[in-house]
Design a protein around this ligand. Structure first.
Ligand SMILES: Cc1cc2nc3c(=O)[nH]c(=O)nc-3n(C[C@H](O)[C@H](O)[C@H](O)COP(=O)(O)O)c2cc1C
Length: 376
């Protein structure tokens, strides 16, 4: 089998790293979250809004989002009245033309604001102000001082998506209950189940189809931050470190990969190969359903997802959203009936125990990139 020079170099790098031939390769690491302090804009907001509100925004900024686009915006009308919206430039029209994933991400952000507020002594009342998924502002937030609840804020900072191999054993019922806290719409399918087998195969097939779509690869290219300079400039999107390309292989792609590399055959094939190995290394799937694809239902699902996700690390349960089945036809039309679910599947989450639960690495934009003040 002929392989390109680039594939050879990357594979060689991976072999060297996996073989442990380069001990203590810290110099090869890419930018991770700890490389940034509270970031630009923090001090200015602190002066304008005070500590509680600024900390609330900072903690919420670590919410998960599809491709790590961090679609949210916050307009501070006054200290106790904020409008939460979506930045047009941070939508994903190729993979997510209906804004489903963007609204789920917005829901996760809103839940983070509410939970951070509760831990910091701010009670939040949220009101949906539109049912238009393309609206630029969707949620009104009213804040009120209240006694702080003992919600552990560290959960917001320590949550992360894990794309590693997970243990194959089943998630225990007590752990699943701890994560979902009695919330409706969560289902768990252990790896040996018929439903998990369907999701494994469908996920591989949907990925195989999706990597051939140039519009999707082009969109992905605009959200991958191969170089440290790009990561530092944007502080959103996917870094090699975040997608698990680390060590010498990480160093190589950071220095020699560019936008066009997502179009090459090796990149597309490796993406599918990674999916094949990941689905075989899991304790099954967790599925989160909602009523439908309305704005209200998606925001609500994003909120439940984030509440669950925030409790996963303390039980060593890894969570890996894999959304391609929900993005690609015909699987997106078949998934609900194939899993025989009473609601619409909105999140498909590869899950399982992970002994190795490293700290988060995905980057976040500084506060001044998504918070603005004024009447609009
Ligand atoms: C709605 C939604 C869909 C997602 N879909 C995928 C996916 O298909 N594959 C994947 O690897 N990660 C997926 N993610 C995870 C994001 O890539 C991740 O949250 C983001 O990169 C930030 O990283 P963090 O969760 O570690 O903070 C999804 C997240 C959300 C909120």
């Amino acid at each position: 089998m002929a392989i390109s020079r680039r594939t050879f170099l990357v594979r060689t790098a991976q072999v060297v790293v996996m073989g442990g031939l380069l001990p203590g390769m810290t110099g090869c690491n890419g930018l991770v979250r700890d490389d940034f302090e509270r970031g630009e804009g923090y001090a200015a907001l602190l002066a304008a809004l005070g500590q509680q509100r600024t900390e609330m925004l900072w903690h919420a900024s670590f919410a998960p989002s599809s491709h790590n686009v961090q679609p949210w915006t916050v307009r501070v009308v006054d200290n106790d009245h904020w409008l939460i919206g979506i930045a047009a430039s941070r939508r994903l029209p190729a993979v997510d033309p209906g804004n489903t994933e963007i609204l789920l991400s917005l829901g996760a952000f809103v839940e983070s604001l509410v939970l951070a507020g509760s831990g910091l002594g701010l009670k939040c009342r949220t009101t949906l102000i539109t049912d238009d998924p393309d609206a630029s502002e969707l949620i009104e937030l009213r804040l009120q001082e209240a006694p702080a609840e003992d919600y552990p804020l560290s959960r917001l900072l320590e949550r992360r998506t894990l794309r590693l191999p997970f243990e194959n054993r089943e998630v225990e019922a007590a752990d699943f209950s701890h994560l979902v806290e009695g919330y409706q719409g969560f289902y768990y399918f252990p790896s040996a189940s018929r439903e998990a087998n369907w999701l494994d195969t469908a996920t591989i097939d949907a990925n195989r189809q999706q990597v051939q779509r140039d519009d999707v690869q082009k969109e992905l290219a605009s959200w991958i931050r191969w170089s440290d300079a790009a990561a530092r400039r944007h502080r959103n999107g996917l870094t090699p470190e975040a997608i698990g390309i680390t060590g010498l292989a990480g160093w190589y792609v950071r220095n020699f990969y560019g936008r066009d590399d997502v179009f090459n055959k090796d990149f597309r094939r490796n993406t599918v190969n990674r999916v094949v190995s990941r689905v075989s290394q899991s304790g099954g799937w967790m599925v989160l359903t909602g009523r439908d694809h309305s704005v209200a239902s998606l925001i609500d699902a994003g909120r439940r997802f984030q509440r669950m996700f925030l409790r996963a690390r303390e039980r060593s349960v890894a969570i890996h959203p894999m959304s391609q089945v929900l993005e690609e036809a015909p699987w997106k039309e078949k998934v609900r009936a194939s899993l025989a679910l009473p609601g619409e599947p909105l999140f498909l989450l590869r899950t399982g125990y992970s002994r190795d639960y490293p700290p988060p690495v995905s980057l976040r934009m500084p506060l001044d990139r998504f918070v603005s003040a004024g009447e609009g």
